[in-house]
Ligand binder design. Structure first.
Ligand code: URA
Length: 218
């Protein structure tokens, strides 16, 4: 059983334990150096992946144990894959690989179009049988939701069922959650924190700054 909270329909918030708040206190701190930022972000990512796995359907399974004993257990139904939104989402791939051996991981690159300032799809590489899979969509920050919504559009066009998409992120803004849910009500959002708002530059407040820069650079 999971102690995560469904704060709105299909929005699942990790339990706000002292441990989790401690991890966020480290990664939100602007003085935190890259090595610690990566280490503690990875710990949160692992918790998000575990929660994603908790949400998957299972069927009962009868297990034959030592000495003829029988255990009534559970077996996952169906296959999963990860899809990361390049670049920041790639930081979440290892957390998924740590939990799921040989998991297939696809990639989607979406960038702001210089002319229109709107998100534009530049590249996609996805497992061919993705329509048969549960998909963990990986992007650490749900700000406006523009990129993630475009990524969901790509997944739907490849035949993935909306209710089989789980969007994992470390921090979400209410504006992003609202936009996302209005368009894709059946996608499950799994987040570690819901912040106050977006600022005029579309950064999450209080947030943690630019996740990709802090994870990969400096
Ligand atoms: N992306 C980030 O890295 N940080 C934000 O606050 C919003 C989007």
């Amino acid at each position: 059983m999971s102690s995560s909270q469904e704060v709105h329909k299909n929005v699942i918030l990790l339990p706000q334990t002292n441990q989790l708040i401690g991890l966020y206190s480290i990664i939100r701190d602007q003085e935190t150096k890259r090595g610690d930022f990566v280490f503690y972000s990875d710990r949160i990512i692992r918790l998000l992946v575990e929660e994603g796995l908790n949400q998957l359907p299972v069927e009962t399974a009868t297990i034959n144990c030592h000495g003829g004993q029988v255990y009534q257990g559970a077996k996952f139904l169906g296959k999963i894959c990860g899809v990361s939104i390049v670049r920041a989402g790639e930081s979440m791939e290892m957390g998924l690989r740590d939990c799921c051996r040989s998991v297939r991981i696809g990639k989607i690159l979406i960038q702001r179009d210089e002319e229109t300032a709107l998100p534009k799809l530049f590249y996609e590489k996805l497992p061919e049988d993705i329509s048969d899979r549960y998909v963990f969509l990986l992007d650490p920050m749900l700000a406006t939701g523009g990129s993630a919504m475009m990524a969901v559009e790509v997944l739907l066009s490849r035949g993935v069922q909306m209710n089989r998409i789980f969007f994992l992120n470390l921090l979400a803004a209410p504006e992003g959650i609202k936009a996302f849910q209005e368009k894709y009500p059946e996608v499950k959002i799994i987040t570690g924190g819901i912040d106050e708002k977006l600022d005029e530059d579309k950064y999450i407040v209080p947030g943690l700054g630019d996740f990709g820069d802090r994870y990969y650079c400096i």
